[in-house]
Design a binder for this molecule. Structure first.
Ligand SMILES: [Zn+2]
Length: 430
């Protein structure tokens, strides 16, 4: 039975040592890059191996058993006293986008390892085995498949991915073999039925909500689901000087109006109050000459919401808006929702437990949805899942070298995770 501590008090005094060390470790890991002075670390590259070896050292120093698994994930275990104890997992990814920041992903690994270092320095064992994973691939930069490591553990690895090739024509299967992994080893990583009772991930927010609220951390309610849509618009080319305005079937002007419809629909509150975001990120117009009326346009739409109902309703509304604009402007329009993924709700009990840990750090509790995808999004079918968001500076910028966080925020976030772990009793949850 955990002894209840009074709110605040000696907890805040005892933990003033994580922040600077974590930021220093993130600086060290940023040196394992494919294109210094920028930071790019793709899956199954030599830099992945080097960063993984560095993390293994940190995990072992902290008191964990650690190693690479068959797919290049780095896995550390801080064992419970009881051999058949349940498992609580934490961690995040160690790969990066191109020209990345240094805290995306790795903060969640370093913060969890710092918790273990503190626990083992006090000889404190938990009533569960605490497993920290640095996933080899989350961003999907090299093979175009995202979340390879975490999906293998959640039991949703698709063996067809082994034949997917990178830009150099190297398949995932070949890259795994060259890395020293085992292409068929994904079968052994499936953790379903293996006693994993929770997955809890810390991650920088990658947005400005906590920054604007003046809060160091927040509890994630859900990871947004998304729809990706390709819209094609067919008009009629003509001479820019001779075709009267009223006689035109300008595909680009129609696409511009459709783009504004995306903005309008995404700006309205969802049916159940959930926020939507919508982005037209790619637009191509042909023939693409300054003196020719555009005839063929293709543009993409990325729509996201923590509410699948709100997102589906927005897709329907957009489909109708595109058709109406096309009719009025006498152009053809095609609408293809070519990819969609469901929102991943975070577990209510674990959210409350994180909120209680935040309160014990004397920080107001803010709950917010994650608009970005994370390793945590694949775990709800496996086990109750939660995420802690940490404020990032510089307007919340991420996936960019200007990504920042402060030592104070790293400190508080790590103290929250540690406090959560010390209060978590898997026998009290399902
Ligand atoms: Zn990330």
């Amino acid at each position: 039975m955990e002894v209840k501590r009074p709110p605040g008090g000696r907890r805040t005094i005892r933990t003033v040592r994580f922040g600077h060390e974590i930021l220093r470790q993130a600086d060290e890991l940023a040196c394992f890059t494919e294109d210094a002075p920028r930071l790019t670390r793709r899956y199954l590259t030599p830099q992945h191996r080097q960063a993984g070896n560095h993390l293994l050292g940190l995990m072992r120093e902290a008191g964990m058993d650690a190693g690479f698994d068959a797919l290049g994930n780095v896995v550390g275990r801080y064992r419970a006293a009881a051999p058949d104890a349940p498992v609580v997992m934490s961690g995040s990814h160690m790969d990066s986008v191109r020209n990345a920041g240094r805290y995306d992903g790795l903060f969640g690994v370093l913060s969890a390892v710092a918790c273990v270092r503190d626990l083992s320095s006090r000889g404190r064992r938990l009533p569960f085995t605490f497993e920290v994973v640095a996933f080899g691939d989350e961003e999907g930069v090299r093979f175009g498949v995202t979340l390879i490591g975490s999906r293998a553990m959640a039991g949703t690895f698709d063996p067809a991915w082994l034949e997917v090739k990178d830009a150099d024509g190297i398949s995932l299967r070949e890259a795994l073999a060259a890395f020293g992994g085992d292409p068929e080893g994904w079968r052994t990583l499936d953790r379903r039925g293996s006693g994993v009772v929770a997955y809890v991930e810390s991650h920088i927010e990658q947005g400005p909500v906590l920054l604007n609220a003046g809060l160091p951390v927040g509890v994630v309610t859900a990871i947004a689901g998304g729809s990706r849509i390709r819209v094609t618009v067919g008009g009629l080319a003509g001479h820019a000087g001779t075709v009267p305005m009223g006689a035109r079937r300008d595909a680009l002007a129609a696409a511009a109006e459709m783009t504004l419809a995306v903005e309008r629909i995404a700006s309205a509150p969802g049916r159940d109050g959930a926020a939507l975001v919508g982005t037209v990120g790619v637009i191509e117009a042909r023939p693409g000459a300054i003196n020719v009326i555009p005839q063929d346009v293709v543009f993409t739409v990325d729509l996201r919401s923590s509410s699948d109902d709100a997102r589906r309703a927005a897709v329907t509304e957009l489909r109708e808006a595109v058709a109406a604009i096309a009719r009025r402007r006498r152009v053809e329009a095609g609408f293809d929702e070519f990819y969609r993924f469901a929102a991943a709700p975070c577990d209510a009990g674990l959210q409350d437990a994180l909120a209680a840990a935040i309160t014990r750090q004397r920080v107001p509790v803010r709950r917010l949805a994650s608009g970005a995808g994370h390793d945590a999004m694949v775990f709800p079918p496996l086990c109750p899942t939660a995420m802690l968001f940490v404020r990032c500076g510089a307007n919340g910028i991420s996936h960019h070298p200007d990504e920042t966080m402060t030592a104070d925020d790293a400190e508080i976030a790590t103290a929250v995770l540690l406090d959560f772990l010390e209060h978590h009793d898997p026998r009290g949850s399902k």
